[in-house]
Design a protein around this ligand. Structure first.
Ligand code: NDP
Length: 516
């Protein structure tokens, strides 16, 4: 006898032989009666669930959110009161690459946090950048298509990316950050997280404030240049997983300072930018960051699939004291993120342990995939609809947020009328130093190699409107990198294939010009 656990079937019956299949004679065929063999093969075929369309490659860990400051004047959220400590899980990710992509690719990083509060789960589904490429959800699927594979070549398409961006000036801010040092952090521990959208708080008096969430890395903004990243990727494609996992195993728990920006409700009508525009920040001098506390990651998952791949974050998850704003992208994500999880994990994905709230859950949703715990737990099976006379769960009126004050006609407002150059200009001219600007020029100039000239020139016109030095710097680097790659800086291929993709070949160009 030994003290190892007993091997069983998935139904718990002891299993005698996991080495030899059941055959009709030693040299004969297998019997279908060997159900455990069939089950083993069937499980192998079902080990993958649908990959996230975006943010497929991820890394995460468990930790805690600690509130050190008093912000009760803004919010009554229990998890945000001074002294509160809330268990949490974080998942970081790249956007475009598939689940097997290399970690050290230049890309925006997802920065998703789930706080298991006593009032239910609060999810913060942000990025490592304070802004995004688009501000109207109509553009969201189109943008994502440009980041994924070309339908014919099945390769990533710089042509598509730069074509879309050059036709979408609101992308300028985010593209500038993406091509800057912050576009290639050394690890998930070396980047900030931003809620990016504008959310809202409400307090005991029923007053609403608009709020931006910031999570500042305490490990520093260490980054790689493209050349350094290429060397890292040549050695390992899992660099983020290794660094985050090993830091936590070694007890070097990463931390992020938690800050907010607060805007009084009526200010939203006064700012010269739309405070609900996801392509804009709130300048710090107008709305200074306020310290709230910190979060720390201190425990690795025991099972990556169960706890990180199965983790489902959605901006639809808020708790009393925290709510949304009229940000159009946020409004769309409230639907689309939860819907992605219903598709990916099953209708009742919030019953999966990593997603399950740590407080009692009572609702009247009924059957469907993943309904393993049932909805209501009243002890009375007759209370399966509402209203009922059988002591079923009742609504919590005091959890009602104050009314959202909205004015204006229902219409399709032109979102292109805003200035898309001022904030990237502040970043380029006032925040970055010369060395950062040089690296930005190099990164962007290199990324534009092989892209048809008509698109490149359209992009340069946007750069010029941000700052003439921005255009001149990127143009110089693009010309040099194009020559090095065997291209005429006109963008027309001189020899061979483009360094990026087959669809950058000249036959596509007439179509683009004709569309102009
Ligand atoms: P500030 O000078 O007060 O803030 C600039 C902020 O820029 C810094 O606090 C830092 O944000 C961030 N930053 C510093 N270096 C880089 C970099 N290389 N790439 C990206 N971000 C960097 O000015 P404003 O608040 O008026 O903002 C000026 C510009 O700074 C904005 O237009 C925006 O592009 C950028 N920015 C602003 C943020 C904001 O919330 N106001 C946040 C991030 C960037 P952090 O402290 O978050 O690290």
């Amino acid at each position: 006898m030994n003290d190892k656990p007993k091997l069983t079937t998935t139904a718990g019956s002891p299993w005698p032989n996991n080495q030899d299949s059941l055959s009709a004679g030693e040299r004969g065929p297998l019997l279908i009666q060997d159900y455990q063999l069939i089950e083993k093969l069937a499980h192998q075929n079902r080990e993958r669930i649908p990959e996230r369309t975006v943010h497929a490659k991820g890394w995460g860990a468990h930790g805690k959110l600690v509130i050190t400051e008093d912000i009760s004047q803004y919010t009554l959220a229990k998890c945000l009161q001074k002294g509160a400590e809330t268990p949490m899980i974080a998942r970081f990710s790249t956007v475009a690459g598939e689940a097997g992509a290399a970690d050290h690719e230049r890309d925006v990083r997802g920065f998703s946090l789930k706080f298991y509060t006593e009032d239910g789960n609060w999810d913060m589904v942000g990025n490592n950048t304070p802004v995004f490429f688009v501000r109207d959800p109509y553009k969201f699927p189109d943008f994502i298509h440009t980041q994924k594979r070309h339908p014919k070549t099945n390769m990533r398409s710089p042509t598509a990316m730069w074509d879309f961006w050059s036709l979408s000036p609101e992308a300028m801010h985010q593209v500038t950050i993406l091509m800057s040092d912050r576009g290639l952090p050394q690890s998930p521990m070396h980047m900030n997280g931003y809620g990016s959208h504008t959310f809202s708080f409400w307090n005991e008096k029923g007053e609403r404030y608009w709020v931006k969430f910031h999570f500042k890395t305490q490990q520093g903004h260490d980054f790689f240049t493209n050349e350094e990243a290429e060397k890292v990727v040549g050695k390992t494609r899992e660099g983020y997983q290794e660094r985050l996992f090993n830091a936590i195993e070694d007890g070097k728990y990463p931390r992020w300072k938690f800050q907010i920006q607060i805007m009084p409700e009526t200010d939203a009508e006064k700012t010269d930018y739309n405070p609900f525009d996801l392509t804009k920040v709130w300048p710090h001098d107008e709305y200074p960051p306020i310290d709230v506390g910190y979060f720390e990651l201190n425990r690795n998952a025991e099972n990556y699939f169960a706890e990180i791949e199965n983790a489902a974050f959605s901006p639809s998850n808020i708790v009393p004291g925290i709510s949304w704003s009229p940000d159009k992208m946020l409004q769309a994500r409230i639907f689309s993120y939860a819907d992605a999880h219903r598709h990916r994990l099953g209708t009742h994905y919030e019953q999966i342990p990593v997603n399950r709230p740590k407080c009692p859950v009572h609702h009247y949703h009924k059957d469907g995939e993943m309904n393993v715990y049932g909805g209501i737990a009243t002890g009375n099976p007759n209370a399966y609809y509402e209203p009922n006379s059988f002591n079923g769960p009742v609504e919590v009126r005091e959890a009602q947020e104050p009314p959202l004050r909205i004015s204006g006609d229902a219409a399709r407002y032109d979102h292109r009328k805003y200035d898309d150059y001022k904030q990237p200009r502040a970043l380029y001219a006032d925040v970055m130093d010369d060395a950062e600007r040089d690296r930005l020029h190099q990164n962007m100039g290199g990324a534009l190699v092989g892209v048809p000239t008509v698109i490149v020139e359209r992009w340069f016109e946007h750069l010029r409107q941000v700052h003439p030095d921005y255009e001149a710097g990127v143009r110089k680097e693009w010309e040099a990198a194009s020559r090095d790659a065997g291209y005429d800086p006109n963008g027309l291929p001189i020899t061979g294939d483009t360094p990026h993709e087959a669809n950058d070949q000249s036959p596509q160009q007439p179509t683009i010009e004709a569309a102009e």
